[in-house]
Design a protein around this ligand. Structure first.
Ligand SMILES: Nc1ncnc2c1ncn2[C@@H]1O[C@H](COP(=O)(O)OP(=O)(O)OP(=O)(O)O)[C@@H](O)[C@H]1O
Ligand SMILES: [Mg+2]
Length: 507
């Protein structure tokens, strides 16, 4: 908590309303942010958090309401205008020029010139300016690196550096930690504390309850586009927040494990070594009806392991058996035919057809099952039914099945993708961070789906950075360290400490 908490009001948003076709995304929402504080914004997927912030940041035009920055009424028409006026936003969905360098991304549209008389871009100055911001924030990223070659966490740091480089007074972080490791979260929190001490007003959106209670001074909760409550963080408990968000009590975070692991091996991996990543010599077996967790630090090869099994990355050595049969999984298509499915980690980049509607995005992986019984054509009715099933099962909040997926909230887009893969009815489901960016209520649904699948005799391999989730849902957990398998633990008989120790084994 900061001594300055309770400073002057930096930002005032009053009675903001915003509608989209078929949805009232915001209904007279108000928010006040004080200088030198962190204000958390919470609510379920689709509650209107990102929309409220996009109205502030000039991405959306509000229909109604007023916004004041230190008593001056503002109404930004573009994000550039917002940035020039000291309001910055680190987006939930990073929108970066991936083919360009780090410094290009930071200074895009305001490149430093060689001099007033020579209107050419000064690469040298741009490099020096970038390094200055990076040093201030203790960021270790090469300013000349190309964005696409960097992990999401580094790209996020670049985004934060960009916000700081504009000398912003109000900085919005929309789910900044969803792809960060624990150490990176600590780093981000140091940066946020520094900005708070400088007198900035920070708006922090996250679904991670522990984080909110730790970093924020005040919490505003929204539900269905409406303001529900604003309270000092120290007066709120996790259960109270959940009740305000969901509108009902949610007593358990994990459903009871009701499945039995059968002593029959469904998938065996031997000496798996990747061609282009550090993954090497991984062997393990997966049983029928088993939920197998994969733990490890970021970059330890967890995602690469799934990708190498699924054929979306190239293997160098190694064998994969389904039961006793050798399979090759040279491509995702081949893996799907072999009864595997995979939910990727970076769903927006690798999983979404943003200009297509919810229905097309849902049925795209099970088109064969959508054929008309009599004709060769696709049956509209079947596609509609399958999509409706997934929307119900995943509780996807969407005005209709024909809504473009890009207009869904971040969390709801993710749910569409998970629903898509559920429809393929895989025998073996590979899930990379399945609950990232998903609200508490929907997380429970996803755990329930995983446990139900295991109960039906399907098997699940689940990568997660959230230790409680691995312990709460999995039967067995493999721990990766620096591309290798560092050990294996039983979920009911291990501790977070044991897993952390294994994760550091080869570092
Ligand atoms: N461009 C758009 N077009 C149509 N509807 C939209 C658009 N942007 C948002 N919406 C709708 O507005 C509502 C609020 O979405 P918003 O993205 O603000 O939710 P959120 O609280 O940020 O959720 P999440 O936690 O999933 O990110 C949702 O129902 C969403 O479908
Ligand atoms: Mg959002």
């Amino acid at each position: 908590m900061n001594q300055q908490a309770g400073g002057k009001i930096l930002l005032r948003m009053e009675n903001i309303s915003k509608s989209f076709p078929g949805v009232k995304a915001l209904d007279k929402v108000s928010l006040q942010v004080k200088a030198g504080t962190v204000h958390a914004l919470m609510g379920e997927n689709g509650a209107g958090k990102s929309t409220l912030m996009k109205c502030l940041f000039g991405i959306y035009n509000k229909d109604e309401g007023h916004i004041y920055l230190e008593d001056r009424e503002v109404d930004f028409k573009s994000s550039r205008e917002a940035l020039d006026n000291g309001v910055a936003m680190v987006h939930q969905e990073l929108n970066q020029a991936l083919k360009r360098s780090v410094m290009d991304n930071i200074w895009l549209g305001r490149y430093p010139k060689i001099s007033k008389f020579i209107p050419l871009v000064s690469e040298k100055k741009m490099y020096a300016d970038t390094m200055k911001v990076f040093q201030e924030l203790d960021i270790h990223v090469n300013p000349k690196a190309i964005m696409s070659t960097m992990p999401v966490s580094h790209r996020q740091m670049v985004e934060i550096a960009k916000a700081v480089s504009f000398n912003a007074k109000v900085i919005v972080f929309d789910e900044p930690t969803s792809s960060l490791t624990e150490q990176e979260v600590e780093h981000l929190f140091r940066i946020i504390n520094m900005l708070r001490d400088r007198g900035c007003g920070i708006i922090y959106i996250s679904h991670k309850m522990e984080e909110i209670l730790r970093i924020s001074d005040e919490v505003t909760i929204m539900r269905d586009g409406q303001w529900v409550a604003t309270e000092p963080a120290k007066e709120l408990t996790m259960n109270q927040i959940i009740r305000l968000m969901v509108g009902r009590e949610l007593t358990n975070r994990f459903p009871p494990k009701a499945h039995d692991v059968v002593d029959e091996i469904v998938l065996k991996v031997e000496g798996l070594t990747a061609m282009y990543s550090s993954l090497r010599d991984v062997s393990f077996a997966l049983k029928k009806g088993e939920v197998l967790g994969i733990a490890g630090l970021d970059g330890s090869g967890r995602t690469e392991l799934l990708e190498n099994i699924f054929g979306s990355a190239t293997r160098k050595h190694g064998k994969i058996y389904k039961g006793s049969k050798l399979i090759h999984n040279r491509s995702p298509q081949e893996s799907i035919a072999n009864g595997l499915s995979m939910v990727t980690e970076e769903r927006r980049a690798t999983g979404i057809f943003s200009i297509l509607d919810v229905r097309s995005n849902t049925v795209i992986s099970c088109l064969k099952k959508c054929r008309s019984d009599r004709f060769f054509f696709l049956s509209n009715r079947k596609m509609q039914e399958k999509t409706q099933w997934s929307v119900n099962r995943m509780r996807i909040k969407t005005p209709s099945l024909a809504t473009k997926i890009r207009s869904l909230s971040g969390g709801n887009q993710q749910k569409v993708i998970i629903g898509r893969w559920l429809l393929t009815e895989p025998e073996i489901f590979l899930m990379d961070e399945p609950t990232r960016g998903i609200d508490v209520g929907a997380k429970y649904e996803i755990y329930q789906i995983i446990i139900d699948m295991a109960k039906e005799g399907k098997s699940v391999i689940m990568v997660s950075s959230e230790m409680p989730e691995l312990l709460g849902v999995c039967d067995r957990i493999l721990v990766m360290s620096n591309g290798r398998l560092a050990g294996e633990v039983t979920a009911t008989a291990t501790t977070q400490e044991e897993i952390m120790t294994l994760a550091a084994k080869y570092v």
